[in-house]
Design a protein around this ligand. Structure first.
Ligand code: PAF
Length: 282
């Protein structure tokens, strides 16, 4: 890495890609509105980057192509100054915060990679947010092209996204290692999310029911019992989920003999929240 020049920003901030600065880095792609969950991903990237003597880099870009409701895109929190300060505090070397025209040049369409099968398993994100993973795969692929990382850190909070990005990256033969980062929770269990700031007081209190249901279900002995417990606790907490299911952790097909994941999506006070937790066969 070059010595960081004095800039207006607390951390070296790029609005244009600069592969000379980022090549081989450990990358944390984000949409900004960074919170303690992201801070943990940034610190993990820093640690791995130190072990490998490569830069730790983050991207901040609110990707329009992964939102299937324009209102959701419009109200997505944008907090660039605070995001850069958090990247600085985590020891990130450089942040790429490009304008939309840099990611999606108007005269040079960015291809959408072939979606891996795990992206479209029935009854999950793809059903409720059609096109979402198309946009995620498109932007992640593009950000990888712009920064040329050796590893990418993705949060387990977006479990389905993590599986989709990993499968896509393997299929592309990119040689980018996909590293999972643990979910960080509020004291009452609510998974940290940029969307939590959109919850009003009543919705915020109710939202903790999602984690409560996941943790109760995780201790059940069979997949069927776990799924029943998950739905029962959500009902008790007044939460009507879009889905509340147990699936194979990697393929997202029906639960089998291997490690599983309990997965929930629910709208609470008009805000769509997702969360998950592991379930292991005895
Ligand atoms: O998880 C996110 O914040 C986004 O989906 C990602 C991976 C940065 C792509 O825009």
């Amino acid at each position: 890495m070059q010595t960081r020049p004095a800039t207006l920003w607390p951390v070296q901030t790029l609005t244009q890609p600069d592969p000379a600065l980022t090549r081989g880095c450990v990358l944390v792609p984000t949409m900004g509105a960074l919170h303690a969950g992201h801070a943990s991903l940034l610190r993990l990237a820093r640690k791995i980057a130190d072990e490998r003597s490569v830069p730790a880099v983050a991207t901040v870009f609110v990707n329009p192509t992964q939102f299937n409701e324009s209102a959701d895109f419009d109200r997505y929190p944008r907090t660039l100054e605070a995001d850069l300060a958090m990247c600085e505090a985590a020891g990130i070397d450089a942040v790429l915060a490009p304008d939309a025209e840099v990611v999606y040049p108007p005269d040079d369409p960015v291809p959408v990679p072939k979606l891996p099968p795990v992206a479209t398993q029935p009854g999950l994100e793809d059903h409720f947010r059609p096109g979402h993973f198309r946009g995620v795969c498109q932007v992640v692929s593009r950000l990888f092209d712009l920064t040329e990382p050796s590893a990418g850190v993705f949060g387990e909070k977006d479990w389905q996204q993590l599986q989709v990005v990993r499968a896509m990256t393997i299929a592309q033969g990119r040689g980018v290692e996909i590293v999972p980062g643990e979910t960080v929770r509020e004291p009452d269990g609510l998974a940290m999310s940029s969307r939590n700031t959109l919850l009003d007081k009543a919705a915020r209190a109710k939202a903790s029911g999602i984690a409560a249901a996941l943790f109760r279900a995780a201790s059940r002995k069979t997949p069927a019992e776990a799924e029943d417990a998950l739905r029962r606790v959500l009902r008790e907490r007044g939460i009507e989920p879009e889905y509340a299911v147990i699936r194979d952790a990697e393929t997202l097909l029906d639960a089998g003999e291997g490690p599983c994941r309990l997965l929930v999506a629910a709208r609470v006070g008009g805000v769509r929240l997702i969360d998950n937790t592991p379930w292991m066969p005895a």
